[in-house]
Ligand binder design. Structure first.
Ligand SMILES: [Zn+2]
Length: 220
């Protein structure tokens, strides 16, 4: 009797351990509702198509054949356009290489779309797609974005939610411009096995970065 109870107890124990062990992978994305965010999945990429191509992209560019992302940084962008960037949802390739371009999020006013979950690698920030979440803010340029206070506010709230969930400090919130300098002394995560030369980007602009970082400080 004792033996039987004991075996059952061990089996229950193993079961609990398995559930506990599996749980982190299943809840490895932030709870947007708990953050007070409304995030739409209506413009999400098909993951079954995305994952095999981004795994191969990762192998070529970072020497890691995986689609999985464990976020260690967040990169901010503007879209260089006034309306929703459908290429981030629909493009099949870019610069002769699969997959197409895609960020994790697109922010426009009060609207936030999740194009890819933050547990999956995106292709939006050359040199750091293996480590970073990328957020695109809809705006034509830095001056246009500076006028879009609702977009900057939504982006700040989203960044705050992601920072809390992945335990990232403000030091890990980068501009695309900073990443594009491809300088490991400035952005330690930058790497590319195909071409690690600096490239030219000016988004989202120092003033907009300042606005968002200031907003984050006020939330603490
Ligand atoms: Zn950019």
């Amino acid at each position: 009797m004792f033996m039987r109870w004991c075996v059952t107890a061990v089996m229950i124990g193993v079961g609990i351990f398995q559930i506990a062990h599996q749980a982190p992978a299943q809840i490895n994305t932030p709870n947007y509702t708990q953050c007070g965010l409304k995030v739409s999945l209506e413009r999400a990429r098909s993951l079954s198509e995305w994952k095999p191509h981004i795994s191969l992209y990762s192998q070529r560019h970072y020497g890691e054949k995986t689609w999985e992302l464990q976020p260690q940084a967040i990169v901010l962008h503007y879209t260089a356009g006034a309306s929703f960037p459908w290429n981030l949802v629909n493009s099949k390739d870019f610069a002769g290489e699969k997959p197409g371009l895609a960020s994790h999020y697109v922010v426009d006013g009060a609207q936030i779309w999740e194009v890819l979950p933050p547990s999956v690698r995106s292709r939006a920030t050359y040199g750091i797609n293996h480590r970073a979440i990328s957020i695109e803010m809809v705006a034509k340029d830095a001056a246009d974005l500076a006028k879009r206070s609702a977009t900057l506010k939504s982006a700040t709230n989203l960044v705050h939610c992601l920072m809390q969930h992945y335990q990232l400090s403000e030091k890990k919130i980068y501009s695309h411009q900073a990443v594009a300098r491809m300088n490991p002394q400035e952005v330690p995560e930058v790497k590319d096995l195909v071409d690690n030369h600096p490239y030219h980007k000016i988004d989202p602009g120092p003033a907009n970065m300042q606005t968002i970082l200031q907003g984050l400080l006020q939330r603490q």
